[in-house]
Write a protein of this length. Structure first.
Length: 405
């Protein structure tokens, strides 16, 4: 029959090299126990289940290659699909031969522990209990082989085969369910990965947009800071430029021929302590607001003089000019850096105001004009800043003044 089995592999047997006769197969464990059944003595359904559950196809392929090699006295290789190899091997296991004996030994070696436990049992009830326990634990292949080859096995063949087939069907369904679950999990994982990739792309896009917005804001802030710094640095420079553009005076303390000053005084409210006002007369210069111009003396001694505007680096010289004439000096930059509310408090305690209009803003100018018109405080208007013009406005000589706001 083994010769017929070799014929079942017309292209499977590949003689590699001739060799000496292999050793005959050794006797299986328990060979002296005459009452144990052998593989070829089992019913065909039981034999097929025992082989299919107990040995994998690679082991069967190796046993078949050794058996065919012994028959041909050569080293052989069996090729083919796993199903074809299993069918060919099962056809040769119905009778005793080298292949069936080799498979018997392979099964005995693999399930030796279960054989030892089951072989010690003699009570059919104990055998059935052992089988039930094996079904619950899942140890079906080893216990099935041990019970089929047991001396009491013929009385259990039908039940063993039925239970084993049912167990195999359940296992197959579980395997299918697990495969379906794995496929579902794989599909869900793929969907989640796609969603993760989409979210990651959106996050990266948002990060790029936020980075671009941050750069634009930083550029805008830097531009504003630069403009503010230029404006702050340019205010004193502009005042200095105005002073430098004016014609140079003949002497440090003497005004030039084109100096224009105006003293703004309300017509009906003379300032306290001021000398009597002479009748107004027309002068060659006028207040930018259009006020008529006359002449008046501007007394400084003992009075608080508020200087608004002027060249920032010349404030100390303004102070010396006022204090040299016995006055008290105060200064406000006209809203360039100092707050305008501070100007109101200084105007309230000033006896004389000198407004250098070229270096103050419009709001400061109008505040000065409204305050002087309301309180009668004298105000000297200098159209262009300069120390010489400031000193000339404080001189005891005749100074052009405005008769009304």
């Amino acid at each position: 029959m083994l010769r017929d089995s070799a014929a079942a592999f017309p292209q499977a047997v590949d003689t590699v090299s001739a060799g000496s006769d292999p050793e005959p197969p050794s006797a299986p464990p328990g060979a002296g126990r005459a009452r144990r059944r052998r593989l070829w003595q089992l019913p065909e359904p039981a034999r097929e289940l025992a082989v299919a559950l107990g040995l994998d196809v690679d082991t069967l392929r190796a046993e078949a290659q050794r058996a065919v090699g012994r028959m041909h006295r050569a080293r052989c290789r069996i090729v083919g699909e796993p199903g074809d190899v299993l069918d060919a091997v099962l056809r040769d296991l119905g009778e005793r031969n080298a292949l069936s004996e080799a498979v018997q030994l392979a099964l005995d070696r693999r399930h030796a522990r279960a054989i030892a436990v089951v072989h010690a049992l003699r009570d059919p009830q104990a055998l059935r209990a052992r089988w039930s326990d094996a079904l619950s634990r899942g140890d079906v292949a080893a216990t099935l082989w041990a019970l089929l080859t047991h001396p009491e096995g013929p009385g259990l063949d039908v039940r063993l085969v039925a239970d084993a087939r049912a167990w195999g069907a359940r296992c197959a369904r579980q395997v299918e369910a697990m495969a379906a679950e794995r496929e579902r999990i794989a599909m869900r994982a793929a969907a989640l990965q796609t969603e993760v990739d989409s979210l990651r792309a959106r996050i990266l896009q948002k990060q790029r947009e936020h980075e671009a917005s941050r750069r634009r804001l930083e550029a805008g802030l830097a531009d504003l800071a630069g403009r503010l710094a230029r404006a702050q640095a340019g205010a004193p420079s502009a005042a200095a430029g105005v002073a430098s553009d004016a014609p140079a005076p003949a002497a440090p303390d003497e005004p030039g021929p084109d100096d224009r000053t105006t003293l703004l005084v309300p017509p009906s409210q003379p300032s306290p302590g001021a000398p009597a006002r002479t009748p107004p007369r027309r002068a060659s210069c006028a207040d930018p607001a259009g006020a008529p111009v006359g002449t008046k003396r501007a007394a400084v001694h003992g009075r608080r003089v508020l200087c608004v505007g002027g060249v920032q680096h010349a404030v100390a010289r303004y102070r010396r000019e006022v204090e040299r004439r016995g006055g008290q000096f105060e200064h406000h930059d006209g809203g360039l850096e100092e707050a305008l509310p501070r100007l109101d408090s200084r105007l309230a305690r000033a006896d004389l105001v000198i407004c250098q209009a070229g270096c103050i803003n419009h709001e400061a100018y109008h505040r000065i004009k409204r305050h002087c018109a309301r309180t009668g405080t004298p105000c000297i208007y200098l159209e262009r800043p300069g120390v010489a013009r400031f000193a000339a406005a404080l001189a005891d000589g005749s100074t052009p003044i405005a008769e009304g706001p």
